[in-house]
Design a protein. Structure first.
Length: 331
C-alpha cells in the first residue's frame, strides 16, 4: 500500500544496470530504481548517478539522474513518504544548481542546435575588474559591445563590435565579428590593437584566409590560407558567449563547438556546460535571471551569465594562468 504526501508520481519500468525494478518519472522527468531490503540513498559511480532502495515502497521525487561518473550530489529535502509499515522517511532531491552535466553533444556549423535567428541589435557596456588570486580587486577599465545589422555582398548579416579600454596599461583593442544570424557561421573577423597590430580572418567553409600584422615581429603583414578539417565557429576570435546563448540551454546541457585556437590557429573543440540559474546584475540596482554556462577554454576557465533577451551576455569571468580573474559586469 502506497500513501502519498505532496508528490506527483508516474510509474515506468527500468533496468538500471545494477537492479531491475521500477522507477518514477518525477518533477524533472527523471528516474530512480527501487529494489531490495531496507532503504538507502546510493551514490553510484558506474551507472546511475543515484538511486533509492525501499522495502515496502514509498513515494519521492528527484530533479535529475544521469549516467555519468564520480559527481558530487547536493541534496535538498523534497517530500515525506509513509510506508505500509507506518515508518515516515525523509527523501531528498538534487539541488538545481548541482545538476550533473550531460555528455557533451558535438554541434557543427549548420546544425539545428545552433540557431541565432532570434537575435536582435543591442548596445551594452561592462565594467572590467581584475580580481587577484590574493583577493584584491582593481577596476581595470570598460568594455563596450554592440550588435547591429549589416549587408555584405547582398547578404543580411550581423556584426558584433567590441571595444576595450584597459586603464591599467592604457591599451585598447577592437574586435569585429561578422556572422550569419541563422547558423552563427563566421564570415569575417578582425581584431586590432593600438600598436598597429591586427588580424583579419575570412571564413569559407574549411578554408580561412588570414592577414596578420605584428610590427614587433616584421614591418609588413603576412597572408596565407588555413585549411581546417571542418567549418568552425569563431569562438576564440571574439564570439564566445554570443555563440553559447544560441544553444538550447537547459540545466546540465553540454555542447562542444569546432573552433580554431587564438594563438596557434590549430583546429580544436571547445566545450561549454550549463551549470545553473542565478540572478545577475544588469546595473542600476536591477537583476535578471540568467543561465550560468561554464567552459574550460584553452585560454583558461570562462563563466558566462546569459539570457535569451538582449543584450544576452550579462556577465563574464575569465581566470588566466596567473590565477587572476577578469570580471566583466554590466553597468
Amino acid at each position: 500500500m502506497w500513501v502519498q504526501v505532496g508528490c506527483d508520481v508516474r510509474w515506468h519500468g527500468l533496468f538500471s544496470g545494477f537492479h531491475t525494478g521500477w522507477c518514477f518519472d518525477a518533477v524533472g522527468g527523471e528516474c530512480v530504481a527501487i529494489e531490495g531490503l531496507g532503504w538507502r540513498v546510493v551514490r553510484n559511480a558506474s551507472a546511475w548517478g543515484a538511486y533509492i532502495q525501499i522495502d515496502d515502497g514509498g513515494r519521492f521525487t528527484v530533479e535529475r539522474i544521469t549516467t555519468v561518473t564520480e559527481k558530487k550530489w547536493i541534496l535538498k529535502f523534497a517530500c515525506v513518504f509513509i510506508l505500509a509499515s507506518g515508518m515516515v522517511l525523509p527523501v531528498f532531491a538534487q539541488d538545481k544548481t548541482a545538476q550533473v552535466k550531460d555528455a557533451p553533444v558535438k554541434v557543427n556549423v549548420g546544425d539545428a542546435a545552433m540557431d541565432g535567428s532570434a537575435l536582435k541589435p543591442y548596445t551594452n557596456l561592462w565594467k572590467l575588474s581584475i580580481i587577484g588570486k590574493n583577493g584584491t580587486t582593481a577596476t581595470a577599465g570598460a568594455w563596450t559591445d554592440d550588435l547591429r545589422w549589416v549587408t555584405v555582398d547582398g547578404r543580411k548579416l550581423l556584426q558584433r563590435t567590441q571595444i576595450s579600454a584597459v586603464s591599467i596599461n592604457s591599451k585598447a583593442t577592437e574586435t569585429i565579428n561578422v556572422f550569419d544570424p541563422k547558423t552563427m557561421a563566421a564570415v569575417r573577423s578582425e581584431s586590432r590593437g593600438l600598436d598597429g597590430d591586427y588580424r583579419v580572418l575570412e571564413f569559407d567553409k574549411t578554408k580561412i584566409k588570414r592577414k596578420v600584422m605584428d610590427p614587433a615581429v616584421r614591418p609588413t603583414p603576412t597572408e596565407d590560407t588555413l585549411n581546417v578539417e571542418a567549418p568552425v565557429f569563431d569562438f576564440y576570435g571574439g564570439m564566445y558567449g554570443m555563440l553559447l546563448v544560441n544553444l538550447p540551454l537547459r540545466l546540465g546541457y553540454s555542447a562542444s563547438l569546432p573552433a580554431i585556437e587564438e594563438n596557434t590557429n590549430a583546429f580544436t573543440w571547445v566545450t561549454a556546460t550549463v551549470t545553473g540559474r542565478e540572478k545577475a546584475s544588469i546595473g542600476g540596482g536591477k537583476q535578471v535571471e540568467a543561465w550560468v554556462v561554464e567552459s574550460n577554454t584553452s585560454l583558461g576557465p570562462m563563466k558566462f551569465w546569459l539570457t535569451k533577451e538582449a543584450p544576452y551576455i550579462i556577465r563574464l569571468t575569465f581566470t588566466g594562468a596567473n590565477g587572476n580573474t577578469w570580471s566583466y559586469d554590466m553597468v
